[in-house]
Design a protein around this ligand. Structure first.
Ligand code: NDP
Length: 486
């Protein structure tokens, strides 16, 4: 492995503008999935730390953050975006060491997205307006758009730094304060961005970062009476549990919960482009991507030829050292995740699917939780590998007959996060896009995101939206004011 650079300093909690140890003194070790070696130790937040952070967030909300002119809030958020760009190499390296994803993705894609979120949402801080409403000349009636309050944000390990931007950008632009819990497996970039937030001039307590266990720090955040809203990205199972817990406090909830997204290739598509889209749709991010195009639906008339070429392409995508700029397939985030993914491959084969590429663990330099780019062909949409989120580099390829069959199979899963359509028939593209049960439809492309474009799910993929103007509704509320004029 090529990482001979500086050791990573131990991570602390960020509470009230200070990097501190946990009240209990507890720490945990974060591991490098590519080498199976420790990266560093990190302070482990408990309920007492959560309480301190929530109090700090409340004080900032009622005090300096509320009193700050929106233009100054905007400037601080924009500066945070600038500081992320200025420290891009360091942050990208931390992400790759912690998560195992190729440095190409951390440095060339993720950094731009997280900085872009702070830049884009900084512009909204000065543009969240209410209305004057013509009710009756006897009254002056208007609405105010106000923050929800203290936001508890709980984020996953697959896009650790991007999720900081997705949650904090709109929440802070709308005037909320935050207690953020990164995933235990990947806490380092959230901590680093929390440090940069202090440098950018965010008042103490506005952005608190609490690495720790979901079952301890995460639970404490969701249960804390001082938290007004819970914003979560992760598994459907935990999302369901958090919603029930949040119901006791009648907290607002936003859930973004994975998927089993159909990527549909019609026979009339530009097949070379569709092949590229099918490959990046599943193997980008090692397939640990909520919107991964993990079910490839291919029209029967081109199925055999398409699958043959796809398998050849997948076999050339060999796992490699994530710190090598040429790497395009890194290590899965943990041994547990690797075993779960390999278990699904076995399940698929037992269910009758044909393994036409990959399917094995493939260590690099004898180490690491790497899994080959895997293609299962001849999959029936009722099989478990077609219905359940595998969250790894495993593609299930399913044949379909015609447009109606493609739509029916595409929608026949519990999830509804994303989808892809490949066709040169523009009318068909619009027809299919309108019928898919998915929060995002990509036509003749896959896996594109922008801070301005809303993202979120339907059905078991959750509700509410990250990104875009729509996300600001999740983090603000409307107050009506009536003034008697006569
Ligand atoms: P989880 O849903 O468990 O983790 C997501 C976040 O929730 C983490 O920060 C986690 O903390 C936290 N969390 C876990 N339990 C609780 C709780 N009781 N209260 C509050 N917070 C909690 O995902 P997993 O890591 O277990 O991944 C399992 C599967 O979930 C994956 O294989 C994949 O299918 C799916 N997934 C989907 C994601 C998406 O983007 N939609 C992202 C990640 C996973 P901690 O890290 O300490 O557990």
């Amino acid at each position: 492995m090529s990482d001979t650079l500086a050791p990573v300093k131990p991570g602390k909690l960020i509470i009230n503008g200070e990097a501190v140890d946990a009240a209990s003194g507890a720490t945990f070790t974060t591991m490098n999935p590519a080498t199976e070696q420790p990266v560093t130790t990190v302070a482990e937040a408990g309920a007492e730390d959560v309480d301190r952070a929530v109090r700090a967030a409340r004080a900032a909300l009622e005090g300096p953050w509320r009193k700050m002119r929106p233009a100054d809030r905007a400037r601080a958020l924009h500066k945070l975006g600038d500081l992320i760009l200025a420290n891009a190499d360091e942050i990208a390296r931390l992400e790759t060491l912690d998560n195992g994803k190729p440095i190409f993705e951390s440095r060339q894609i993720d950094i731009g997205m997280v900085a872009g979120c702070f830049h884009y949402f900084s512009g909204w801080a000065t543009k969240l307006t209410g209305d004057t409403v013509p009710v009756n000349p006897a009254f002056f009636t208007y609405t105010l758009r106000e923050p929800v309050g203290v936001v508890g944000a709980i984020i996953p390990w697959n896009f650790p730094m991007i999720m900081v931007g997705w949650k904090c950008g709109p929440a802070l632009a709308a005037g909320n304060t935050i207690v953020l819990k990164p995933a235990e497996l990947t806490p380092l970039t959230a901590i680093r961005i929390g440090e940069l937030a202090m440098e950018a001039g965010l008042p103490p307590g506005v952005l608190n970062v609490l690495p720790g266990k979901g079952s301890v720090a995460g639970e404490a955040i969701v249960k804390h009476p001082g938290v007004d809203k819970v914003s979560f990205t992760g598994s459907t199972e935990v999302g369901r549990h958090l919603m029930k817990t949040a119901a006791d406090g009648l907290k607002k909830v936003t859930l973004e919960l994975g998927g089993k997204s159909p990527n549909i290739v019609f026979a009339d598509a530009d097949l070379e482009a569709a092949m590229r889209g099918a490959t990046t749709g599943i193997f980008y991010g090692k397939g640990e991507v909520c919107a991964a195009g993990s079910r490839l639906l291919v029209q029967r008339s081109i199925y055999d030829e398409f699958v043959g070429k796809l398998a050849e392409r997948a076999k050339k995508m060999v796992p490699s050292d994530p710190l090598d700029p040429k790497s395009r397939l890194g290590a899965l985030v943990s041994e547990k995740q690797m075993k779960s993914v390999l278990g699904y491959v076995e399940t698929g084969v037992k269910e009758g699917a044909q393994l036409v590429a990959g399917g094995q663990r493939q260590p690099v330099d004898g180490k690491g939780w790497f899994v080959q780019a895997t293609v299962l062909a001849g999959v029936d949409n009722r099989m478990r590998v077609a219905q359940e989120e595998i969250f790894g580099p495993v593609l299930a390829v399913i044949p379909f007959e015609d447009e109606a069959d493609a739509i029916a199979q595409a929608n026949d899963v519990p999830y509804g996060l994303a989808s892809g359509v490949w066709t040169q028939d523009v009318k068909k593209a619009h027809r299919v896009a309108s019928r898919l049960h998915a929060g995002t439809v990509w036509v003749n492309t896959y896996n594109f995101y922008d801070p301005a474009m809303p993202f979120g799910g339907m059905k078991a993929s959750g509700f509410g939206r990250d990104l875009g103007a729509a996300s600001l509704d999740e983090y603000s509320q409307v107050k009506s004011v009536w003034i008697q004029m006569e």
